[in-house]
Structures are given as structure tokens and as C-alpha cells.
Design a protein around this ligand. Structure first.
Ligand SMILES: [Zn+2]
Length: 249
């Protein structure tokens, strides 16, 4: 293989490696991010429960104030009943008293119901807080593990960038420009192998003339269909053996 072509093969491998770092970083962070998302979800649930609790407390207070008013009313009615003169007035007062007592019963039941909700929500909050507390050490563990892996990856990344700089400095400028131009649309398949006389970028069969050129490896050959740069991975002997196998098959 000619030197320029082998440099191109090396360059595309380096670029592939560089592109693989981003998903690798995401993979490293995935576990930690999932835990942090879970923690956020629990915090949100606590927040929602606290809001319910707050409204609940307010309603309890309202009912308590109402109870106070009602008991005042009962007292007032008792005073009034001492001063009534007619049976009609008496009956009216009794009716008012009955209504007030019913309202007291209702307010008491309501307070009891709300106190139950309060207790239940407080338990839920305590359970959620406990769950978060237990998650903390796991999160820290995942964080330090991710930091360690990221540091290792960063080292590898620096090394690959260095390799790329070194390679680029050794390469012919026009060839690099040619490569970059194809790379704009072909990405990591800018330089592809030919297998069984087919381009492994577009998977189309290449003509005999181009194939012969690729096997010779004397110059930089592009696929006549897609324009990607072609090379032979195997030695020409192996490739022709493959072709013979294929022909005899
Ligand atoms: Zn092609």
C-alpha cells in the first residue's frame, strides 16, 4: 500500500476513535445521571407532599376557627334561651342550636379526616427522605467511579489527539484537504475497505479496472459510485484467493 493511502487509513481510524469518545462519556455518566434523576424525582415528590400538607394545615385551622365560632354561638343561644318568653321563640332557638351542633360534629369529623391525611403525608415525606439519604452514598460512589473513568478516558483522548496532530504534520496537505472534503458527507466511512470487489461504503460492486487499481495500491483510488477512498485490507494474494473461492462457489 502506498504511504499516502496507509496514512489515510490511519487517519480515518483516528477520527473514528475521536468520534467514539462522546458516546463513551455519555455511557460513563449514564449510571450517575440516572441516580441523580431519581433523586430529583424523590425531591419533587417531597415538595408535592409538603404542598398538600400546607393546604391541609390551613384547612384544619379554618375548621378549628369555625368550631370556636360555633361554640360561641351555642353559648349565646343558651343565654338567649334563658330570656325567651314564647314557645315559638324557644323552638326557633332549639332549631338554631341543633344546626350549630350538627355543624360542630361535621367540623370535628372533618378535622379528624384532615389529621389522618396529615399523619399519612408526614409518613410519606419521612420515607422519601430516608430513601434519599440511603441513595447518597450510592451517588457518591457512582460519582467517584465516573470521575475516575472520565479521567482515564481524557488521557486516552489526549493521546489520540496527539497521534492525529503528529500524523497530520507528516501528511501531504492536499491529501488532507481531499480527505476532509469527502469526510464532510461520508464521516467515518471516508476511507473504506474493498471486499469481494465491493465498496464497503456504498456496498456497490466496483469495475475491474478500479478494482485492479485498488489491489495495486499505488495511488489513491475512489469508488466510482460514491467517491469514497478505497483500500484493500487483505494482501492482494488473500483477496484474489477470496475472489477465486467466490468464482468457484
Ligand atoms: Zn462506494
Amino acid at each position: 500500500m502506498n504511504k499516502y493511502l496507509s496514512q489515510l487509513v490511519e487517519l480515518v481510524e483516528i477520527d473514528k476513535k475521536i468520534d467514539s469518545f462522546e458516546p463513551e462519556i455519555e455511557k460513563i455518566n449514564a449510571k450517575l445521571n440516572a441516580m441523580l434523576a431519581k433523586e430529583q424525582e424523590l425531591l419533587k415528590q417531597i415538595e408535592q407532599n409538603r404542598e398538600i400538607l400546607e393546604n391541609n394545615d390551613l384547612t384544619i385551622k379554618k375548621n378549628e376557627a369555625h368550631l370556636k365560632e360555633l361554640s360561641q354561638k351555642i353559648n349565646d343561644l343558651a343565654k338567649k334561651s334563658a330570656a325567651v318568653k314564647t314557645e315559638k321563640e324557644m323552638k326557633a332557638l332549639q332549631l338554631e342550636e341543633e344546626i350549630a351542633k350538627e355543624q360542630i360534629d361535621f367540623a370535628n369529623e372533618e378535622i379528624e379526616r384532615l389529621e389522618n391525611i396529615k399523619e399519612q403525608k408526614e409518613e410519606e415525606i419521612a420515607a422519601l427522605e430516608k430513601e434519599i439519604e440511603e441513595m447518597k452514598s450510592q451517588i457518591e460512589e457512582a460519582r467517584s467511579e465516573a470521575e475516575k473513568d472520565l479521567a482515564q478516558l481524557e488521557k486516552e483522548r489526549m493521546k489520540v489527539y496527539e497521534d492525529k496532530q503528529k500524523l497530520l504534520s507528516e501528511m501531504n496537505h492536499n491529501i488532507v484537504v481531499f480527505y476532509e472534503k469527502i469526510r464532510r458527507w461520508a464521516g467515518n466511512t471516508t476511507v473504506v475497505p474493498v471486499k469481494k470487489q465491493a465498496c464497503y461504503g456504498c456496498y456497490m460492486k466496483i469495475n475491474d479496472h478500479t478494482y485492479a487499481q485498488v489491489i495495486q495500491g499505488e495511488e489513491i483510488t475512489t469508488c466510482p459510485h460514491c467517491g469514497r477512498i478505497l483500500y484493500i485490507e487483505n494482501t492482494p494474494e488473500e483477496e484474489s484467493e477470496n475472489t477465486q473461492e467466490e468464482a468457484s462457489a
